[in-house]
Design a binder for this molecule. Structure first.
Ligand SMILES: CC(C)(COP(=O)(O)OP(=O)(O)OC[C@H]1O[C@@H](n2cnc3c(N)ncnc32)[C@H](O)[C@@H]1OP(=O)(O)O)[C@@H](O)C(=O)NCCC(=O)NCCS
Length: 340
């Protein structure tokens, strides 16, 4: 009989404990997703766990058998809004699976977040694009369903190989009428901070959320600055752009992020155009501007070879923009939900 799992909270100041905990998720990611794995690197996760941001509280849990780490767990609690919700993640070392360790870790995480008053739990699961649409048969999906989670929103992860030729970007560059695009690298300029905070906060409810319970996020400029400090601590560089209406108001934004810990890769994060200003090809213009900036940059991690992005499968407009840029699907990502 396999030994029983002992779950404990990881001391985030203990480098060796963090490395053992992280190693489980890293091996699980490589095993299940190969080159598509998007497990955060140890230094990035460590910086996040050590940061004292007001917007989000994260905690790490390790499951051991006979002193060896075999299960990984994380909880993340939004603190400014969505205060009834928790996000959890579980991973088990591949040779140690189907022994109940994942279930034991999940039970521990659910008890922790439940004790903190959270009644809605979200968990993300990834599976290859080429397998079933609903993920049936993939370990994470079967596990989530077994534990009473239901699919709330289906996203697709796409990859874009770089460089995109300037001629392609030129051909895609739309005529913006009276709108303009302003792009930069690094922190949001002070004059755009309030608008950035508002646009960024609106993304989680403006993008399709499927059947998930999601409340509007609170816009908080101090939280934006804290997030930027965390990016620096994580070795990340943000390439950003906003769309400005003829009167100078910021009405759209995008950001692409690299990290020194994953040379060759960039992540396309949020892109949003305010509802009153859609239909002017601002989404495409923002992404072209950010890509141009990324491709022209001397990134601290060296040349970027590919960009990853996630969109809800139902988000036809954003997916259309991405396909015109050359993004191709590689995985699906289901956001699962369960009530406690
Ligand atoms: C999902 C994962 C955590 C499961 O860990 P585990 O220790 O194997 O899980 P358990 O042994 O507790 O499995 C509990 C039940 O889930 C279901 N299940 C788990 N893996 C499965 C698989 N590969 N195929 C079918 N059902 C599976 C079964 O019902 C299983 O019960 P059973 O073994 O009695 O049939 C592990 O496969 C993993 O790390 N995957 C990658 C990360 C991930 O997807 N995490 C889930 C999202 S948070």
């Amino acid at each position: 009989m396999p030994g029983e799992l002992t779950v404990s909270r990881v001391d985030v100041e203990d480098d060796a404990a963090l490395a053992a905990w992280h190693g489980v998720a890293w091996r699980a990611g490589l095993h299940d997703r190969g080159e598509n794995a998007t497990t955060w690197t140890l230094p990035e996760l460590t910086a996040q766990l050590r940061s004292l941001r007001r917007a989000r509280s994260t905690a790490a849990y390790v499951g051991t058998v006979g002193g060896t780490a075999v299960a990984f767990g994380v909880t993340a609690l939004p603190m400014l809004d969505n205060t009834g919700t928790a996000e959890v993640a579980v991973a088990v070392d591949p040779p140690q699976r189907r022994r109940g360790h994942g279930s034991a870790m999940l039970a521990h995480l659910l008890a922790e977040v439940g004790a903190q008053g959270r009644t809605t739990v979200h968990a993300e699961v990834d599976w290859p694009w080429g397998s079933s649409t609903d993920g049936a048969g993939s370990p994470g999906v079967e596990f989530a369903r077994h534990h009473g989670f239901a699919l709330g929103n289906l996203e697709v992860m796409r990859v874009l190989r770089l460089p995109v030729a300037d001629a392609v970007l030129d051909a895609l560059e739309p005529d913006l009428g009276g709108y303009t695009i302003r792009s930069w690298t690094g922190p949001v300029p002070e004059d755009l901070l309030q608008a950035w905070a508002e646009m960024d906060a609106s993304l989680s409810t403006e993008a399709p959320t499927g059947d998930l319970q999601v409340e509007a996020q609170v816009a908080n400029t101090v939280a934006v600055r804290e997030g930027e400090q965390l990016l620096v601590a994580q070795g990340r560089t943000a390439y950003r752009a906003v769309a400005l209406a003829p009167d100078g108001t910021a009405v759209g934004y995008t950001e692409v992020v690299t990290t020194v810990h994953e040379p060759g890769r960039a992540y396309q994060w949020g892109t949003l155009v305010h509802g009153d200003h859609r239909g002017h090809r601002l989404g495409l213009a923002l992404k072209v501007a950010a890509l141009r900036r990324l491709q022209a940059a001397e990134d601290p991690a060296g040349p970027v070879e590919h960009v990853l992005t996630w969109n809800a499968e139902s988000n036809a407009h954003m997916v259309g923009v991405n396909e015109r840029l050359g993004f191709v699907p590689v995985e699906r990502c289901g956001v699962f939900e369960r009530r406690l």
